[in-house]
Write a protein that binds this ligand. Structure first.
Ligand code: SF4
Length: 479
């Protein structure tokens, strides 16, 4: 049987905002995971439109397309092209799970929720020539005892970070703006692999670097502690995501650092307790963000901070306040988002009830456009503030200011080159990608993620590691 697995590119891949390096980071691990349920004799073609031109002239027996919100129209178009040729088309992913009725006309089969149980059931039925129109994931979800991911289908050379990996699905929290609850509706929304499964998988991956794509790598503290214990001595460097709370509690973050954690994505999102309460992000309430930042810096862990603009309690000063905090606290990279009510989330339902959704053009649901009416900001103010924040945070003077507030030269240089490399040399990245040189960049990334020896002598005049916030009184409401 010939099977085609497709990840269509997101809308921004054809927009002026497109940064090829941003979309050449991770391979389509989800599709490679599904491919593991196919037969060894099946002929499988896995294509990722972010890094290659799709070949749509073929005639496979089955096409599987992964649909996100901002590739939805592109995915439907590709699906229709195959359907017109009489090819069987199946659609799944976050957007299909949120809006199955929208996806249904473009597919012979749709998958609702995660695919570990629905996809093998579908394949069995498809081979028996009696596939159903819908497969819904409900009870009995697990990612334990699954067949090995078909990493052989991944074109490693096309990605900066080919070794992406997950040890869990979902997250123990329930933020209103997050897709998670819509996707995992009807069953468990946080479940994990076993450590004795993940460690052998790690040891098979080439190179030193790993990126854990888990929503919350420290979400199950006991399991995470076992994982980090098992990874000690493996000589790995890795990146992942964690909450502020998990960074502050216990000694898990120290264990992670000892195992090789060198950079972490942290969802700070907002400094306003009212915004946190309203978004059901209570796990961040009453936490001292600065303390978490200091703890990470002391362990030599770089920080990618995530921040949301446009929550109900945000007014015009939110942009400057957020950027200043990031620079003054030496956050390595910042990811800013305009609040985006994804369909299926509680946020979308609430805003819809209040008549505040202004468009259902999914191409605009990319966290760069305003798609709802904010309470205290005009659409123009919100979009302008968002772009200003990115520009301001990554201005050279702010890059230098944040970099040189670390204690040691090595930490300063790592910050400078990581941040500068990520945002300041777009032309160079484009050249490297076009020249097929991305695979040669991994050793540089590994070097940037090497351990910082915090015993190194302090530099004179650099004692202000973490400066006070200009708006300290505001932040202390949270801390
Ligand atoms: S902590 Fe992150 S992944 Fe978990 S529900 Fe909140 S936004 Fe989603």
């Amino acid at each position: 049987m010939k099977v085609k697995l497709i990840l269509p590119s997101l809308t921004e891949a054809k927009s002026p905002f497109f940064r090829p390096i941003k979309y050449s980071l991770f391979p389509p691990l989800g599709l490679a995971t599904l491919a593991a349920y196919l037969d060894k004799n099946d002929e499988i073609d896995l294509q990722d439109q972010h890094v290659e031109k799709l070949n749509l002239d073929d005639l496979p027996d089955l096409v599987i397309i992964q649909v996100y919100i901002t590739n939805a129209y592109r995915a439907y178009n590709i699906a229709q092209q195959y359907k017109n040729k009489g090819v069987y088309v199946a659609l799944g992913g976050l957007h299909v799970s949120s809006l199955p009725h929208e996806a249904r006309p473009y597919a012979d089969t749709i998958f609702i929720g995660p695919g570990e149980q629905t996809f093998p059931a579908f394949i069995k039925d498809f081979k028996a020539k009696k596939p159903k129109p819908t497969y819904t994931s409900t009870v009995g979800r697990t990612i334990q005892n699954q067949p090995p991911i078909r990493r052989d289908l991944i074109k490693r050379e096309k990605y900066l970070v080919p070794n992406s990996i997950v040890m869990s699905r979902g997250c123990p929290h329930h933020c209103d703006f997050c897709y998670k609850d819509a996707f995992f509706k009807g069953g468990k929304s946080f479940y994990t692999q076993r450590v004795d499964e993940i460690l052998p998988e790690i040891s098979k991956l080439k190179g030193k670097h790993l990126y854990f794509l888990d929503d919350h790598l420290l979400g199950n503290p006991k399991l995470a502690a076992e994982l980090f214990e098992g990874m000690r001595g493996m000589n790995r460097v890795f990146q992942g995501a964690a909450t502020v709370k998990s960074i502050l509690e216990g000694d898990l973050i120290e264990k992670a650092a000892q195992a090789g954690l060198r950079s972490v994505f942290v969802g700070f999102e907002t400094f306003s307790p009212k915004n946190l309460q309203q978004s059901n992000k209570s796990q961040n309430l009453k936490l001292n963000y600065e303390k978490a930042v200091k703890r990470l810096h002391d362990l030599g862990i770089m920080i990618n901070g995530s921040f949301v603009f446009g929550l109900d309690n945000d007014n015009k000063d939110v942009f400057k306040r957020t950027v200043d905090w990031g620079v003054n606290n030496a956050i390595t990279t910042s990811t800013y988002h305009i609040l985006t009510p994804y369909p299926g989330t509680r946020l979308y339902q609430n805003l819809e009830k209040e008549g505040r959704i202004i468009t259902n053009n999914w191409d605009l649901y990319d966290t760069r456009h305003v798609v709802y009416q904010s309470k205290q900001l005009s659409n123009q103010e919100l979009e302008h503030g968002y772009h200003w924040a990115y520009k301001e945070f990554y201005k050279w003077n702010n890059v230098f200011k944040a970099s040189f507030s670390h204690d040691t030269i090595k930490h300063q240089m790592k910050h400078l080159f990581y941040k500068g490399g990520w945002k300041k040399f777009e032309g160079l990245w484009n050249f490297i990608i076009n020249a097929g040189g991305l695979k040669r960049m991994l050793p540089f990334l590994e070097l940037l993620l090497s351990e910082i020896n915090n015993e190194a002598p302090k530099l004179p005049g650099n004692s202000k590691r973490i400066q006070k916030l200009p708006n300290q009184q505001y932040y202390e409401k949270v801390g």
